[in-house]
Design a protein around this ligand. Sequence first.
Ligand code: AMP
Ligand code: FE
Ligand code: FE
Ligand code: ZN
Length: 283
Amino acid sequence: MSLIDLHTHTTASDGSLTPSELLKLAYEKGLKAVAVTDHDTLAGLPEAIEAGRELGVELVPGVEISAHFKPGTMHILGYDFDFKDPVLIDTLKKLQQGRRTRNPRIVEKLNSMGMDISMREIEDLAGDGQIGRPHFARLMVDKGYAHSVNDAFDRFLSKSRPAYVEKFKLTPVEAMDMIRQAGGAPVLAHPFTLNIDNGRLEEVLTDLKSAGLVGLEVYYSEHNDEMTGGYLKLARKLDLAPTGGSDYHGNNKDEISIGSGCGNLDLPYQLLVDLRKKRKEVG
Ligand code: AMP
Ligand code: FE
Ligand code: FE
Ligand code: ZN
């Protein structure tokens, strides 16, 4: 069976492998297609496409966008857009600026809690990539302020924890419009992070679908069988394409492997075929 992974991060955002290294790993794993879905940036795509071409792995252009939602966190994935689209590029610039405004404020909060952490150190860690909270978490682990990346999030960086700082976000409709006007397919990522029950999720998905949502990330590293089953049922009921991905971040989330997630993923190429079919249907 031909396998795929539709959710991965590179050094262009908060992953630890370069796009070429990630494609090589996908090739070694025998994946047929992989989507690079960095946070708020398309910067990794040209290198990923080139590496994919050389290795014979299909690269699906992707992006992951944070959108306003309460009580939890909403991420919207976009696939198969024109990555030269000016509206897309311009909107992403605003999101990137939002990160640049937020990041020093996280440093200030950590400093006020007695942690010796500077913006310069975070920038060195992120290199040319989009800075994200995992970079803060990793530095906190390196400096002994947290036991692990998860610990840094649980005690300091997660929403409602003391070093959390909001950043500029799009509404869900704005995020989906941005993706769709560039020809892409919007998909709701890891639905459990919305932090709502499946009854409420059905209402949210119904609204999102009427505003252009095409798919639901049913298969995901952190979904157990019961969650996967529930999401698959919802996707079928609401006529959303079920998709899946590992959310591979390299050693920034070292329990997750590309393609196989936490050992729970086995995603057939047909998911990508069906997503593309559904995108065409909705026009
Ligand atoms: P940001 O985009 O800077 O707000 O950071 C969000 C990223 O942090 C997510 O995409 C995940 O990669 C990571 N993240 C969020 N929550 C956790 C957590 N509890 N443990 C580890 N990583 C997390
Ligand atoms: Fe991430
Ligand atoms: Fe995400
Ligand atoms: Zn992700």
